[in-house]
Write a new protein. Structure first.
Length: 166
């Protein structure tokens, strides 16, 4: 993590807290570049954290052809965003003071397609474990039927505005 954030009072820097945010979020927003414009798609995901490299590796799956696959093959630059703990922070009758409680992670890195069968199987299991809490046996046929996207994130930030106990 090496990006600066403006609201340092909301920065989350403890890696165990960042992992907790990633574990609780269930949808990852993947940002890609499409002719100079952002293209963002919400996806289910699985991930691994490499503490030696301070790097997250996110895996998503989808159809073997389509816009996001074409975009990744054309330009590997990617970003991710995840959020959880979303709740309105009310301000009674002062509309400009309303806000939200939240926890979020944003990162930049590089996307690629996973072709190796064993990595695909591991990635699909990470995805299922994150979404269901269970692991599964993926056959070669099952893994071959889908595309698996890998996004390596070395630059990331995490923020939270938490509700104080009352």
């Amino acid at each position: 993590m090496n990006k600066e954030i403006r609201r340092k009072d909301r920065a989350v820097t403890d890696i165990s807290q960042i992992i907790k945010i990633i574990d609780q979020a269930k949808i990852l927003h993947l940002g890609l570049i499409d002719s100079g414009f952002p293209y963002i798609v919400p996806l289910h995901y699985g991930y691994e954290y490499d503490s030696n490299e301070d790097m997250f590796v996110f895996y998503m799956h989808g159809a073997k052809a389509g816009r996001k696959i074409d975009l990744i093959r054309n330009n590997s630059n990617a970003c991710i965003e995840l959020e959880t703990d979303i709740e309105l922070d009310p301000a009674d009758d002062i509309p400009c003071q309303y806000g939200s409680f939240y926890s979020s992670v944003i990162g930049q890195g590089y996307a690629s397609m996973v072709d190796d069968l064993e990595e695909k199987r591991r990635a699909l299991n990470l995805l299922m474990e994150n979404q269901t809490g269970k692991t599964f046996e993926f056959t070669e046929k099952m893994a071959a039927a889908v595309a698996v996207i890998k996004v390596e994130i070395r630059e990331y930030t995490a923020k939270a505005k938490v509700k104080m106990a009352q």
